[in-house]
Ligand binder design. Structure first.
Ligand code: RBF
Length: 165
């Protein structure tokens, strides 16, 4: 169960690495658009607040969460992109699709993290209903898009530090 303790959306900007020189790719699923649009706003605002230039945020849309892996791969193949954030929202329905799609996207994005020397960030909500998704996309539990952007900046900086060693 989500609590204030695992609402990481309230990060400390003073503890963030400098993100001014990074380029981020963001792949956004169109399914449950109201939610993924809010996640995207959280990502975009947070990247810009941390010094990322707007022209260095490359967004692409894919139909649903199942397509996030392929969308992320397109972005990872662009040499100038330092990290990729995948945003989606899978809501449990009455059929097992929820499990198939959630598993497929988490496995797919994990595989990309193994294949590429660039971080891929998992910004996919998997909830029992719309209300739980709203709570995590700008509602009472914060915005997981903000957390995804924070994770992307930290991982891009970590990768850059070790690549330059
Ligand atoms: N995509 C999502 O991003 N979230 C969902 O909750 C979602 N539910 C789906 C339920 C069913 C029954 C089907 C067939 C697809 C669903 N999709 C969902 C779309 C899926 O991610 C993908 O775009 C399509 O299956 C086409 O490959």
């Amino acid at each position: 169960m989500a609590t204030q303790l695992n609402n990481l959306s309230g990060y400390d900007p003073d503890l963030m690495p400098n993100a001014a020189d990074f380029t981020f790719g963001v792949v956004v699923a169109e399914w449950n658009h109201e939610i993924t649009e809010s996640l995207w706003q959280g990502v975009k605002d947070t990247l810009i607040q941390n010094g990322v230039k707007e022209q260095n945020i490359i967004k692409i849309d894919v139909p649903g969460s199942f397509e996030l892996t392929f969308g992320a791969k397109i972005l990872l193949d662009k040499p100038n992109i330092d990290a990729v954030i995948a945003l989606g929202c899978v809501i449990r329905g009455e059929t097992p699709h929820f499990e198939y799609i959630s598993q497929a996207v988490s496995n797919g994005l994990t595989q990309l993290n193994v294949m590429y020397r660039k971080p891929v960030i998992f910004g996919v909500l998997t909830t029992n209903n719309l209300e739980q998704a709203q709570d995590r996309a700008g509602g009472k539990y914060g915005n997981k898009g903000v957390e995804a952007a924070v994770a992307a900046i930290k991982m891009a900086a970590l990768n850059a530090n070790f690549t330059s060693m």
